[in-house]
Design a protein around this ligand. Structure first.
Ligand code: FAD
Ligand code: SF4
Length: 479
């Protein structure tokens, strides 16, 4: 399926000098003072003209370093060339050879630390906007009759259970279904999508996009059973011994929130970011007509510097906070959040207290949060993460008045499934141990995504889902 545009027949005539003269195009965005009051998407997406212009910046390097930076090895110059030629559906097809969820990764991948940082144009001006171009073609294909997924007819007769419907589970299930296996996803929540629906807010990852991918899965014949907590509703042993599943993929993520373990953390008005975002996104508390309760603080402190912290603080602003503050123990340069999210947060009026750590949450007579007591930090030698270790500055204590605190300092493995599964080997942090084929200590049971890697990224979870599917298929053929 192609969509050649006559307008770009001159693409191949552009010289390298002409390409170098084109500046990086700007992503059209909504006005910060308008968007910080609602949950509609912030980035509007490149227009066809902007996409073609941006694609013309690509130098079509023979030894394209950008591909090395992509965890799933997409043919980046290949798909960009097709955009420059106006063949948007061809570009989408090319991306989809290696990436099952391009509309998702185009929105949430940390491109600035993966493919774009490797782009040769970083040396002279700015990298080619690979992520925005990926998103453009995926959205274009969705709007312009992407070929509907066909149910696979040649069935193998093998039954596979995928536990969890995040990017790892979705990718694994889709790949296995395409190979002809009979796949069922078991999901604990009432809606599939994993972090893409319960964690990342609508203004960054519209639910419509995720649900469209889920529909594609269903068209491939994948069955989805929601409200099933594997380890409680049913065990892995029951799935394999009683329900006839020949293989299992565990992609349950790492959804157990961490706390600071400081006095006052159990006061009313303190949320984990997980709970806060799940209430707002999955349970739709952001919609005033929903009956899900949520605290709408007037002055909200969010503790942490990752994507989760950024999503929580921007959510608080949209829920009506007059002041929303990020409290982060390191400096701006060490923040793990995507650079674009930090920029968007600043534009939307989010304040930042860098080099600051809370040591106590202070409460009122009625048991509600009234402030946090903090200390200033300075940066010492690098720690095991390679980032400079924050060290408290003596005598630097101060308080920040607030009526709500959201803790977004990380997550860990939820032991619910792993504890209920006999013979499943875990590492010292409670994550599942796998071999090179992503098989666990139980034959026929594979795992991938955050439950193996610890908190990572969408594209890495998808990469695991794909690798596991290939190895599950090989395992089943041997049986
Ligand atoms: P998940 O997405 O966590 O999905 C696991 C699924 O398994 C969930 O639906 C869960 O309900 C289900 N489940 C759990 N236990 C059971 C059980 N016992 N039985 C049945 N089902 C179960 N990464 C990026 O690349 N870019 C970003 O911008 C980004 N932003 C993020 C923002 C937030 C708020 C969070 C929390 C994470 C973010 N991440 C981001 C990280 C990324 O979302 C994860 O790395 C990725 O989703 C992991 O995928 P997964 O499939 O392993 O697990
Ligand atoms: Fe194009 Fe940059 Fe990749 Fe070279 S490194 S092929 S310029 S995106």
């Amino acid at each position: 399926m192609t969509n050649k545009k006559k307008t770009n027949r001159d693409e191949k005539n552009l010289t390298a000098k002409q390409r170098m003269a084109i500046a990086r195009q700007k992503m059209p965005e909504r006005d910060p003072n308008e968007r910080n009051k609602d949950f509609k998407e912030v980035n509007l997406g490149l227009t066809e003209e902007l996409a073609i212009r941006e694609a013309q910046r690509c130098l079509q390097c023979k030894n394209a370093k950008c591909i090395e930076g992509c965890p799933v090895g997409i043919d980046i110059p290949g798909f960009i060339k097709k955009i420059a030629e106006g063949d948007f559906l061809g570009a989408d097809e090319l991306i989809r050879r290696d990436n099952d969820l391009p509309a998702v990764t185009g929105r949430v991948c940390p491109q600035e630390t993966q493919c774009e940082i490797k782009c040769v144009r970083c040396k002279s001006d700015a990298p080619v906007a690979i992520g925005w171009l990926g998103r453009f073609v995926a959205d274009y294909a969705m709007q312009h009759g992407k070929a509907a997924a066909k149910k696979v007819t040649g069935k193998t007769g093998n039954k596979v259970a995928c536990i969890g419907s995040g990017p790892a589970g979705i990718t694994c299930a889709g790949q296995l279904a395409k190979m002809g296996h009979d796949v069922t996803i078991f999901e604990a929540f009432h809606k599939p999508g994993g972090v893409l629906v319960y964690g990342i807010p609508e203004f960054r990852m519209p639910n419509e996009i995720v649900q469209s991918e889920i529909e594609t899965l269903k068209k491939l014949g994948v069955k989805i059973e929601t409200n099933v907590i594997v380890g409680r509703t049913v065990t892995i042993e029951q799935l394999t011994n009683d329900e006839g599943y020949d293989a299992v993929f565990i992609g349950v993520g790492a959804g157990l929130p961490s706390f600071m373990n400081i006095p006052g953390e159990n006061l009313k008005g303190v949320y984990s970011a997980n709970e806060y975002l799940t209430r707002s996104n999955l349970m739709e508390a952001y919609n005033r007509e929903s009956d899900t309760p949520i605290i709408r603080g007037k002055k909200v402190c969010v503790i942490g510097g990752g994507n989760t912290a950024m999503d929580a603080v921007r959510t608080s602003k949209r829920l009506g906070a007059e002041q929303s503050i990020i409290v982060y123990r390191r400096a701006r340069e060490q923040m793990p959040a995507r650079a674009e999210e930090v920029k968007h947060a600043e534009e939307e009026g989010i304040e930042f207290e860098f080099l600051t750590t809370p040591v106590e949450v202070l409460g009122s007579d009625t048991g509600w949060v009234r402030a946090i007591r903090c200390v200033r930090m300075k940066l010492g030698e690098p720690d095991e993460s390679g980032r400079r270790r924050p060290i408290p500055v003596e005598g630097s204590e101060f308080t920040i008045d607030c009526d709500q605190v959201v803790v977004a300092i990380g997550i860990s493995a939820n032991p619910l499934l792993t504890k209920a599964t006999t013979g499943l080997k875990l590492n010292k942090w409670g994550y599942i141990e796998v071999d090179d084929n992503l098989m666990t200590s139980i034959p026929g049971v594979f795992a991938g995504g955050d439950i193996v890697r610890g908190s990572a990224t969408v594209i890495l979870a998808m990469g695991d889902g794909k690798t596991a599917a290939k190895n599950i298929d090989a395992y089943l053929q041997k049986q």
